[in-house]
Design a protein around this ligand. Structure first.
Ligand SMILES: NC(=O)c1ccc[n+]([C@@H]2O[C@H](COP(=O)([O-])OP(=O)(O)OC[C@H]3O[C@@H](n4cnc5c(N)ncnc54)[C@H](OP(=O)(O)O)[C@@H]3O)[C@@H](O)[C@H]2O)c1
Length: 240
């Protein structure tokens, strides 16, 4: 039976690969994103639905659920990324720090909280919620990585809340995934080589690696997996 899958940030990179995997399985897929042209083009090429919406904007999130009919079987909170560096760093470092942290928290934490809260009445027993976290949450102390760490902490509590209703919620913590726009074309060769060297399988991740994990977490075989952070990074971070 066809399921309804809602993927935030589905117009590019990992979100696009996740959407494609569910479309190919015959599910009804709705993708969101902030940039209308790219969103429309991706939806046309995948053969799925689209709704323009900023996952970190409460009004956009409310409007999205006004437009969307019916229940949601799988919510993928994929939207996220690095907030742009503030332009006023030198003349007002405190203001610049505040705006950079607030924006990273909005893009990577609040987005998932708002989407999940608005979607909760549409979820039903058997539904799955999946969030995109990062390996950076284990090591880095910057605003982006801290927001991803908070996302994983929040997910654990959310699991206790949704679990009694038969709904699972998990984080996929991705390692370095190639061919996305996350780094805005700024990944240097030396840094890339270092990230690959840190893996056990000596390769960069692919968006399809994450899509396959999301597909599994939404499958009947994963119904007893909830409240977890699943690391997909070729061994670059191990939990033991
Ligand atoms: N690539 C990696 O190595 C890597 C590693 C760890 C974690 N991740 C995480 O994986 C997720 C996907 O990243 P990606 O690498 O696929 O990046 P990407 O290629 O830049 O794709 C991001 C997608 O999300 C959309 N988006 C961004 N902010 C949004 C918002 N507030 N509301 C709605 N849509 C939004 C973008 O479209 P618009 O800009 O048009 O909105 C785009 O479709 C992110 O959460 C990222 O932090 C990526």
């Amino acid at each position: 039976m066809s399921r309804t899958i809602l993927v935030t940030g589905g117009s590019n990179g990992i979100g696009r690969a996740i959407a494609q995997q569910f479309v190919e399985a015959g599910d009804r897929v709705i993708i969101t994103g902030r940039t209308s042209n790219r969103l429309r083009a991706t939806a046309e090429s995948l053969g799925c639905e689209h709704i323009r919406s900023d996952a970190g904007n409460p009004d956009d999130v409310a409007a999205l659920f006004d437009e969307l009919n019916g229940h949601v079987d799988v919510l993928v909170n994929n939207a996220g990324g690095f907030a742009p560096r503030p332009t006023n760093e030198e003349e007002n470092p405190i203001n610049a720090t505040a705006s950079q942290w607030m924006e990273n928290l909005r893009l990577n934490l609040l987005s998932a909280v708002l989407m999940t809260t608005a979607c909760q009445p549409r979820l039903r027993p058997g539904s799955a919620v999946i969030h995109l976290g990062s390996i950076g949450a284990e090591y880095a102390g910057n605003a982006y990585s801290t927001a991803k760490a908070a996302l994983a902490a929040w997910n654990a509590g959310l699991s206790a809340q949704l679990g009694p209703n038969g709904i699972t919620t998990n984080v996929i913590a991705a390692g370095y995934i190639e061919d996305t726009d996350l780094f805005h074309g700024g990944m240097r060769d030396e840094r890339r080589a270092k990230l690959i060297a840190a893996t056990h399988d000596k390769r960069a991740g692919d968006a399809a690696d994450i899509a396959a994990t999301a597909f599994f977490l939404a499958s009947p075989g994963a119904r007893h997996i909830t409240g977890q952070t699943i690391h997909v990074n070729g061994g670059a971070h191990t939990t033991r």
